[in-house]
Design a protein around this ligand. Structure first.
Ligand code: BDR
Ligand code: CA
Length: 311
């Protein structure tokens, strides 16, 4: 099997944690590193949470880096109301012994891409601060990026504001840097992740897997989404970040269309809004592939299968 080289940039976060569990159970992916960023909770917690998940998965081989502790321009906005004060609401894991890599996550990204023998896919699950900082410092690294598959953006409605999705709202300037590169990007926005809901039936299916790991997933997903139900009126909790990993494993679970995507960085009213313009797609070498529809049952089946997998 040819394993796809991937670097995961994330801010765990409950749904990031489920995404990491899915990725770390996927032999198709050659996970070169996990780089963490401030987002759902401050960096001191996102890097700790990523190391805890690696240990839980017995993946001592995956190095974890700490990246930027704040967005490029704005002050950090966090989401404890969604993810709890630790970022991993619902579970308590032992203090990690897997060390945090000494090198800064941004310098790791630059060196890894500069020395890559084959293009690397960047799977981004949080604010794009680390990726933008690496691009600003060393634009040549883009030659080694196979593509960026991101959870971020909103075509029709936001979650943190009426028009902005959390990851792009937290660091809209970083988002702008990344979208302006012209590198191939697949954007999994709220319009698809809000279709991937953790219904009681799906939660019961995960519980029925009956492994320690499936119980961890259930414990994470049970309290998750209460605030989205209250503030957005969603029926159940959306499984945002695992969609990125699912896309890497089974892109046919999604449909996409090409568009130009720009990020609002000036207006206080619409800060972080992703403006998606399919009419500009033909003018671009690499229009952003914006996900449109998703086979939600297929995503949960994939997660269920990987939780059941004995390695
Ligand atoms: C995104 O924001 C975070 O709260 C989630 O982890 C996800 O990456 C959804 O808007
Ligand atoms: Ca995230």
């Amino acid at each position: 099997m040819t394993r796809r080289p991937v670097i995961i940039d994330c801010d765990p976060g409950v749904d990031d944690a489920i995404a990491l569990i899915l990725a770390l159970r996927s032999p198709e992916l050659d996970i070169q590193a996990i780089v963490t960023v401030a987002g759902n909770v401050p960096l001191a917690l996102t890097q700790r949470n990523a190391r805890q998940i690696c240990e839980l998965m017995d993946r001592w081989d995956v190095p974890v880096y700490g990246g930027c502790p704040r967005p490029l321009v704005r002050s950090l906005v966090t989401a404890e109301a969604v993810h709890g004060t630790t970022g991993l609401n619902g579970i308590t894991l032992p203090e990690p012994t897997l060390p945090l890599q000494e090198r800064h996550g941004v310098s790791y990204l630059i060196e890894a891409l500069q020395n890559a023998s084959a293009p690397i896919t960047l799977a981004t699950l949080g604010p794009l601060t680390n990726i933008a900082a690496a691009i600003i410092q060393c634009p040549q690294i883009l030659d080694s990026v196979a593509e960026i598959v991101m959870m971020g953006g909103a075509v029709t409605r936001g979650n943190i504001t009426p028009v902005a999705e959390f990851n792009l709202y937290v660091d809209p300037h970083a988002g702008r840097v990344v979208f302006e590169t012209g590198v191939p990007i697949t954007m999994l926005s709220l319009d698809v992740t809000h279709q991937v809901l953790t219904t009681p039936e799906r939660l019961a299916q995960l519980r029925a897997v009956g492994t320690d790991l499936s119980q961890v997933a259930v414990d994470l997903l049970t309290p998750y989404g209460v605030s989205d139900r209250e503030t957005l009126g969603l029926a159940d909790a959306p499984l945002h970040d695992p969609c990125v990993i699912a896309y890497l494993l089974q892109p046919d679970l999604f449909t996409t269309y090409g568009a130009e995507v720009t990020v609002e960085t000036d207006s206080p009213l619409t800060l972080g809004q992703t403006v998606v313009n399919p009419r500009r797609a033909k003018a671009l070498t690499h229009p952003v592939q914006v996900a449109d529809t998703v086979d939600a049952a297929g995503i949960y089946q994939l997660l269920q299968d990987r939780l059941a997998m004995r390695l």
